[in-house]
Design a protein around this ligand. Sequence first.
Ligand SMILES: N[C@@H](CCC(=O)N[C@@H](CS)C(=O)NCC(=O)O)C(=O)O
Length: 205
Amino acid sequence: MPKYLLHYFDMKGRGEIIRFLFAAGGVQYEENVVQLPDWPAQKPNHALGLLPVLEIDGKPFPESISISRYLAAEFGLQGKTNLDNLLIDVVVDQCLFLREAFCDANFEGEKLKQDAELHRKFKDETLPRLFGYIEKVISGNSTGSGFVVGDQMTWGDLVLIDLCDIIARDPSILTPYKVINEHRKKVEALPKIANYIKNRPLREF
Ligand SMILES: N[C@@H](CCC(=O)N[C@@H](CS)C(=O)NCC(=O)O)C(=O)O
């Protein structure tokens, strides 16, 4: 097994999906948790000047989703067919779009903001459209497993629960989405995931 070192901030953010993958894979890794005041000194050490970065045997790789897709392949958390992997990628893309839209409506840099119109648009237009689609994907899974694809959890399921955790800051926002709520409960109850969530540091974002 290679030696893994994750560089990310003391927040869930874009690093949490990588932590979820290590938990789901049952694989050990080390973490350099960067505190914000220390970041300006560390930023020039990273080729893109952004985190997360995962070092694999000392070689650094940026980009949270590229890293996640790689770890999913390494840990057996991809789909079983190319078509399943296509559907996972589609769901992951929808989740990324929703994360951006949610952050635009709620954050100004590190600070919280409340843009009422962006918030309304997110809740009443963007979320129903994209979650409506994702609910159809889950309901349409021919195995009836309740996962995004196939009969086992994949990294697509982890990306979705990670997104739900972020947007559930306002818990009522998820109420209309029965299939997604059931999916979230199911994935969060899987032993390795439940154990990770129970023991992870308390981080709001
Ligand atoms: N597409 C990149 C985006 C990375 C990114 O925007 N990272 C932010 C934190 S979530 C960052 O490093 N910000 C610090 C900075 O801009 O100096 C990914 O998904 O990994």
